[in-house]
Design a protein around this ligand. Structure first.
Ligand code: ZN
Ligand code: FE
Length: 253
């Protein structure tokens, strides 16, 4: 898959995924239609599918206009059929959806919203995770429990370390400030923060990240690390409880 990153709204990313074999193009989480139609016309591409990770307006705002222009189906969570504008194809965790030459795997990732999904393109080792996993962070718990979000992050953690992770927001540097309070001595984290700062200074996205990088640096994925539990005064506590405490601290950071 060839991926095009389109900044949108204040800090969203819209992604175009183009199958190099068939030329089919999908958009993931069109916050708005404008940047998508501009990019497509500049490249002379059509649009074959719209994927929504969840129903929030900054992920679905372009659905209506793009579908009207291109006649392509909107793919989203069955649980959010009533909340995703123009949804055509309702999917759920465990489903697969053929796009180009890829069998896209649908992974249920509730927590940020109850119906949140991630889309994994296994041949391209590419993950679109919406507002579930961010670089150095994770989504806020609007409709789910810490237990649900921990299970969702754990499901994503089962993917290969070299998976390219495309998150829906540019939050990395803001997340970094918090992550450093949890693990001030994590050298991999320090290196990642430096890299992200350099990327932003050059006006570039900090994404994609990789699962391996996040495993080494993201405090929310590292809640099972004994060093973090000790630092939070939670030695011996289950990872999900440490995760809940880190999420709580971030909410008040
Ligand atoms: Zn959201
Ligand atoms: Fe969002």
């Amino acid at each position: 898959m060839d991926i095009v990153i389109l900044p949108a709204l204040s800090d969203n990313y819209i992604y175009l995924a183009r199958c190099p074999t068939t030329g089919a193009v999908a958009v993931i989480d069109p916050a708005e239609a404008g940047p998508v139609t501009e990019a497509l016309s500049a490249k002379g591409w059509g649009l074959a599918a719209i994927f929504n990770t969840h129903h929030h307006g900054d992920h679905t705002g372009g659905n209506r206009a793009l579908k009207a222009q291109f006649g392509c189906p909107v793919i989203g969570a069955r649980a959010d059929r009533a909340r995703i504008p123009e949804i055509d194809i309702a999917v759920e965790g465990g489903d697969a959806y053929q796009f180009g030459t890829e069998m896209v795997e649908v992974i249920a990732t509730p927590g940020h919203t109850s119906g949140h999904l991630a889309f994994y393109f296994p041949a391209a080792k590419t993950l679109f995770c919406g507002d579930t996993l961010f670089s150095l962070g994770c989504g806020r718990l609007f409709e789910g429990t810490a237990g649900e979000m921990w299970a969702s992050l754990s499901a994503l953690q089962r993917l290969p370390g070299d998976t390219l992770v495309y998150c829906a927001h540019e939050y990395t540097l803001a997340n970094a400030r918090f992550a450093l309070t949890i693990e001030p001595e994590n050298t991999a984290l320090a290196a990642r923060v430096e890299e992200a700062q350099r990327q932003r200074d050059q006006g570039r996205p900090t994404l994609p990240t990789t699962l391996a990088t996040e495993r080494a640096t993201n405090p929310f994925l590292r809640a099972g690390d004994p060093g973090i539990a000790a630092r939070l005064g939670m030695t011996g506590a289950p990872a999900v409880e440490v995760f809940a405490e880190i999420r709580r601290r971030k909410d008040h950071f």
